[in-house]
Design a protein. Sequence first.
Length: 115
Amino acid sequence: VQLVESGGGLVQSGGSLRLSCATSGFVFRNYDMSWYRQAPGKEREWVAFISMGGTNTNYAASVKGRFTISRDDAKNTVYLQMNNLKPEDTAVYYCKVTKWNRDYWGQGTHVSVST
């Protein structure tokens, strides 16, 4: 199983970024996917969830209405569209899949939001 995040960077407050997580090594369309983030000095926290098929999504209260999770099963990729970014969104963002009760993570992509 491999997960590779990309799309992070430095953006001003109020700006937007689109993160991607390209996957391989498992049948992507059969698995739920999630995004997490870890800010400096803080624990990793869940951000968003999308079910297999994309019919169900869920978001942390802190990002609801600003972030959108989506998936492209043809490309084995999950996305996180982040709008109206705030300085408190600064973190390393990770995608995750759970397969046979084991969590697999990517290496993360860094998002930095300046005031």
